[in-house]
Design a protein around this ligand. Structure first.
Ligand SMILES: NC(=O)c1ccc[n+]([C@@H]2O[C@H](COP(=O)([O-])OP(=O)(O)OC[C@H]3O[C@@H](n4cnc5c(N)ncnc54)[C@H](OP(=O)(O)O)[C@@H]3O)[C@@H](O)[C@H]2O)c1
Length: 272
């Protein structure tokens, strides 16, 4: 198995690549420095020269607030870059797996979003990721679009909170969303399973089971690690940010991953 992994240096890529090693699959791990997905000419030149069996496309412009000020960059990476990568999959007639987001929904629902529910992103990040989904669907039928949410793993939100707890005893958290904190490790295992089992192509919602707000999620981190930090939930109006967030962004993932509290516990207890 020869795999192109874009975005390998990101939070999810760092979790996934060791699992590809375990499978003993050959893969080309790329970041923006060695393989800029927005450089159409370079992407085509390089890809004409190598032989591939599968593409895992994780690269993205992921800063939700900065995307509001830099829509051109967000669309360039998330739409045009994705088009370039999707065209490689089409040309080589190989499957492509693209990781998308809960931000393709507007968050006005009152029950978990199904893959068939209408999308209606309310921020630039969500709009550009949805544009990326459409590029993939247009380019090839051999696609997996995995929508996920609130990923944590090495160097992410959970780790940042642990570092924070070494210095501070209280924190205010904007508690404006209900979503699914999801372990990058669990999602990575699911990606391996999808590839190995040749699952049917299409759109998947893959998050941890259950749901939480940011304040409860943060409290749970400190509780599990027995850190004495008081968490205060604050309103978004107390801490205005450039991008709107979907309020209710729970994805109906059919409980295919463990409950978020159990996975969070596993992640935290495996850390020193
Ligand atoms: N994190 C979440 O909560 C979350 C939730 C839902 C969906 N997702 C999606 O999951 C995917 C992975 O997320 P993540 O959290 O791992 O992202 P991340 O930590 O922000 O990493 C982004 C990756 O994309 C690469 N990249 C950015 N611009 C590029 C370009 N022009 N050419 C090539 N590579 C480029 C980065 O390379 P450099 O290191 O060189 O910058 C990095 O490897 C993304 O597509 C994201 O939209 C993430």
């Amino acid at each position: 198995m020869r795999i192109l992994v874009t975005g390998a240096s990101g939070l999810l890529g760092k979790s996934l690549c060791p699992l590809l090693d375990e499978e003993k699959w050959q893969y080309w791990a790329c970041n923006s420095k060695i393989f800029d997905i927005t450089n159409t000419k370079m992407v085509n030149e390089i890809m004409d020269k190598i032989s591939l069996d599968f593409i895992i496309h994780l690269a993205g412009y992921t800063n939700i607030d900065q995307a509001e000020d830099n829509p051109d960059i967000a669309y360039n990476v998330n739409q045009i870059g994705t088009r370039n990568i999707a065209n490689i999959a089409k040309k080589h007639d190989i499957p492509i797996l693209y990781v998308s987001t809960d931000n393709v929904f507007d968050g006005k629902a009152d029950k978990p979003y199904k893959t068939t529910d209408a999308t209606n992103p309310i921020n630039v990040y969500g709009k550009s990721k949805l544009a990326g989904e459409k590029e993939i669907i247009k380019a090839t039928k051999k696609h997996y679009i995995l929508r996920t949410s609130w990923l944590y793993g090495a160097g992410g939100y959970v780790d940042a909170m642990l570092t924070f707890s070494n210095f501070r005893k209280e924190i205010s958290v904007v508690d404006d969303q209900i979503g699914c904190p999801t372990s990058a490790q669990d999602l990575s295992k699911k990606i391996i399973e999808i590839i190995k089992e040749n699952k049917p192509y299409g759109i998947y919602h893959i998050t941890s089971s259950g749901s939480a707000g940011w304040a409860d999620f943060t409290k749970k981190i400190f509780e599990i690690k027995k850190r004495d930090v008081a968490v205060t939930a604050i309103d978004k109006s107390d801490f205005p940010r450039p991008a709107l967030r979907p309020h209710y962004c729970v994805l109906d993932s059919n409980n295919i991953l463990p409950n978020w509290e159990n996975s969070l516990s596993d992640y935290l207890l495996s850390k020193k």
